[in-house]
Write a protein that binds this ligand. Sequence first.
Ligand code: PXG
Length: 442
Amino acid sequence: MSDAAATSPNNLDAFWMPFTANRQFKSNPRMLVSAKGMYYKNAEGQSILDGTSGLWCCNAGHGDPRIVNAVSQQIAEMDYAPAFQMGHPKIFELAARVTGMFPSGLDHMFFTNSGSESVDTALKIALAYHRARGDGARTRLIGRERGYHGTGFGGISVGGIVANRRTFGTMLAGVDHLPHTHLPEKNAFSRGQPEHGAELADELERLVTLHDASTIAAVIVEPVAGSTGVILPPKGYLERLREICDKHGILLIFDEVITGFGRLGSPFATEFFGVKPDLVTLAKGLTSGTIPMGGVVCSKGIYDAFMTGPDNMIELFHGYTYSGHPVAAAAALATLDCYKEDGLFERANEIAPYWEDALHSLKDVPHVIDLRNLGLIGAIELEPIPGKPTARAFEAFLKCYEKGLMIRTTGDIIALSPPLIVEKSHIDQIFDTLRTVLKEVA
Ligand code: PXG
């Protein structure tokens, strides 16, 4: 039996794949069977360079023995511990370690199992916080066009993706949206943060005038929007949002599911942009994608507002069976060790200029209409084939895979986010492959 036959399932039918064109995939599957460092291996034995950290999550690269050992030891020592009214040491240690990576004042952490749960948790904390302070009329949530905040009803309500809004009904009531900040006519081919568009934050003032601040609980934004095609915050934009929120007593939530854990070359976008939100949602890089885990970091002021009333009362009526799972906690602690011991955030920061130059070297390739980058994120926006949106980028995705490179596409935008262990030689391989492929798909 060939290796490929030994590792191929004989029934692809039963599994309903997420966010996937099931029939297309099943007619020509791309099956990954192992991973180490910067590379996957597929069922045919071909090495596939990981240009996307899995789905923006494997920031420490694949198969680090420190994480593998921590997980195996933990599952043998204690596989599970109840999360309600009981505790285990590692999760307290993890909360202290993660909050210790934030500026002081962001001191508490709630645990979830995914980015979607983190978003719903943060929105619920925001609502419950205002209520706990006797300001319960603040129930309105503000998101942003082209925002992605996962797939829960809260997340799709504050998110700004038309396919969700078309498909899944009326969603949460009392939600409004800021405009997105993608201004290609002014900012195309910017290196790093774009110059134009800070004034788009003033739209929050317009929403305050429309709804009145006393009805608004929170604003949620991704500091850098990832999923909808890498949309960067114009210079001064996040600072302005913070100012307007402060002025009106509105909480600011940063969804750092993608930007957290070194993606921008600093621990979090919070530090990178020097803007301090009230709540931060996390997932993905928390465990380098190894075991599902997410979390919400919140300010001391928010936590303290709940710690009133009789001390036998549950302060926040929320949680999951797997909030703070011991195996995930062990994975996260070992992941933080990898980041620290190997200086991976600093590394990402050091290699980011090389990344930026390599990305922008594609400027003259046919059909490239924009290139955007920040930290170890890159986006290549392609001109859609007339009448066939998404087709050009998807063909590029298939051709890259054939040539041993994994990229992500959304619409006609290619998004790149390699593990933070990426070397210059990998960056060369990524952009050499893309240059060849983009000429072929032209
Ligand atoms: N918030 C943000 C900002 C995200 O990017 C979520 C929440 C939801 O996380 P979970 O763990 O529930 O999936 C995300 C997820 C892509 C891609 O290719 C992005 C995500 C997930 C899968 C693919 O852009 N982001």
